[in-house]
Design a protein. Sequence first.
Length: 89
Amino acid sequence: MQLKIAKRQGLLKGQEAGFMWHYWWKDRVFFISTKSIFASTVHKTQGATLDSSFVYTSDFAAAKNIDLELYYQLLCVAITRAKNQVHFI
């Protein structure tokens, strides 16, 4: 049991740690390369270019006192940040 806990916590040292790293390097080819996912506001993404973007439209609908012109400006900024794909959620 202690060995399982140590493995999960990364507390293995020496040969045991090297043995586990061997499996990681061998098996990593079965996983796709990923990047961190982040969320941001429309204001913070202004000027940025992303491969894809997801626009959470419920936030726009929740803003009851928003001016219609401001709504369209924010939507325009949100849409034009993506190079390839825009997804509306």
